[in-house]
Write a protein that binds this ligand. Structure first.
Ligand code: SF4
Length: 249
């Protein structure tokens, strides 16, 4: 398959490397504009694990905004050490300020030491607490959730019978720092490809607790649907936005 420019296409989108990267970056900037996520001159805190999503987000945002990376080290053996190395390397290369907070220092124990029955629940709660403690120094907190993450979150909420969240892309008011998800419309395989092209991560690692999570079951279900009906995840997210009368791209 050839890209419209005549070069060899590298993705199912029929684009060469250059046009694929341009498409992804412009989609992220369009998402930011459409939803008014970040204004010029605002201080942006990027929740950065050092994985493909957060490094992709950092790379794109740092071209235009004043970003600081916040890494939260949960203390998960043979996982977080590796992603932190990638993050430190990246931040040094692009001259991005990096703050590292640990569960050990902030919560009294690592996640491994705490060994809770539902590690992802505790992990998420502690992470949100730490992020909130830093929020007042920033105008915006950006996270690297991609379209697949959001499709999973929508279904998880449906299965848990939680009310629909009113603002999937933006949250905040005069009391809380705005939270935004600029990768919202980018499918996970595209983020992975972008990270690979730019050599952002040394290896694609996964937390050992991921397999136990409720999210994993939903993810596997969605992957099967996507195989049988390509575009299923995107259709789910679009339907959700339409129900909330929120703009699509
Ligand atoms: Fe935390 Fe669960 Fe993610 Fe591991 S998979 S980093 S425990 S939320």
């Amino acid at each position: 398959m050839k890209c419209f420019c005549g070069a060899q296409a590298i993705s199912e989108r029929g684009m060469c490397e250059t046009h694929f990267c341009e498409w992804l970056e412009s989609t992220v900037h369009k998402t930011i504009q459409t939803y008014g996520m970040i204004n010029e001159g605002e201080r942006v805190l990027v929740a950065a694990s050092g994985g493909k999503d957060s490094l992709t987000l950092l790379k794109i945002l740092s071209q235009k905004y004043a970003v600081t990376a916040l890494c939260i080290d949960e203390g998960i053996a043979e996982y977080r050490e590796k992603t932190i190395e990638d993050l430190q390397r990246f931040c040094a290369l692009y001259n991005i300020p990096l703050v590292i907070k640990t569960f050990k220092a902030e919560k009294g124990s690592t996640l491994d030491e705490k060994n809770p029955a539902h590690p992802c629940t505790t992990c998420g709660m502690w992470r949100r607490d730490i992020m909130a403690s830093m929020a007042e120094d920033f105008d915006v907190i950006a996270t690297g959730h991609n379209l697949d993450d959001e499709a999973q979150a929508i279904l998880m909420n449906v299965f848990k019978n939680h009310p629909m969240r009113p603002q999937p892309l933006l949250a905040g008011n005069e009391h809380f720092t705005r939270r935004v998800k600029p990768l919202y419309f980018i499918p996970e395989p595209d983020v992975r490809r972008y990270a690979f092209i730019h050599d952002l991560v040394s290896e694609f690692t996964e937390c050992k607790n991921a397999a136990l999570s409720h999210r994993r079951a939903i993810q596997q279900f969605l992957e099967r649907r996507e195989l049988e009906h390509p575009g299923a995840k995107q259709a789910l997210v679009k339907k959700y936005l339409a129900q909330l009368h929120l703009p699509d791209l």
